[in-house]
Design a protein around this ligand. Structure first.
Ligand code: S3P
Length: 172
């Protein structure tokens, strides 16, 4: 564990719907860091949505792009990087995150995820009828992986992005 002042970049990890993008934008502004949303960078560069990348190249293809971009971004500095929820699945990504960044784990319950993502049709892993089951399995599988890389943890259930930001700032 370290404080942000010794790390070149701040990285937000956590499940879909935890608020990585919405909290990240506010936090970046408050900390005078450049906000970078990794999935949006991949979309801008490929000209394809995350869902289309999953269709054309499979999840494996998306994960390769995601890992390459993480490596590239962590070579820079002064950024607040919002990652995709599955970035911690790769051993190499977790090693990079543990070594090279101040990592904030934003968490959320499955109940709250279902609420926040109820109208979302963009996430390929949720384009099915058994969303609740999928989210429970992901939460169980990924919890130890988030914990492994996190320097700081916040449960975002019941807080607005502004409240979450205010709670995090004194700890960064
Ligand atoms: C994924 C999360 C998504 C996106 C992709 C896969 C995941 O990002 O990277 O759909 O495996 O949890 P968000 O966490 O920003 O939704």
């Amino acid at each position: 564990d370290w404080r942000m002042d010794t790390a070149a970049n701040l990285v937000l990890v956590g499940p879909m719907g935890a608020g990585k993008s919405s909290i990240g934008k506010r936090l970046a502004q408050a900390l005078s860091l450049e906000f970078v949303d990794a999935d949006r960078v991949l979309e801008a560069r490929t000209g394809a949505s995350v869902a289309d990348i999953f269709v054309c190249e499979g999840e494996a293809g998306f994960r390769r792009r995601e890992s390459a971009l993480l490596q590239e971004l962590l070579a820079g500095q002064g950024q607040l990087i919002a990652t995709g929820g599955g970035v911690v699945l790769s051993d190499a990504n977790r090693a990079l995150l543990s070594r090279d960044a101040f990592v904030v784990h934003l968490d959320v319950s499955v109940t709250e995820q279902l609420r926040r993502l109820a109208r979302d049709r963009t996430r390929p892993l949720l384009q099915r009828d058994d969303r609740e089951e999928v989210l429970h399995v992901m939460a169980t599988d990924r919890a130890p992986l988030y914990a492994e890389v996190a320097d700081l943890h916040l449960d975002t259930d019941g807080c607005t992005p502004d409240q979450a930001c205010r709670m995090l700032l004194p700890c960064i």
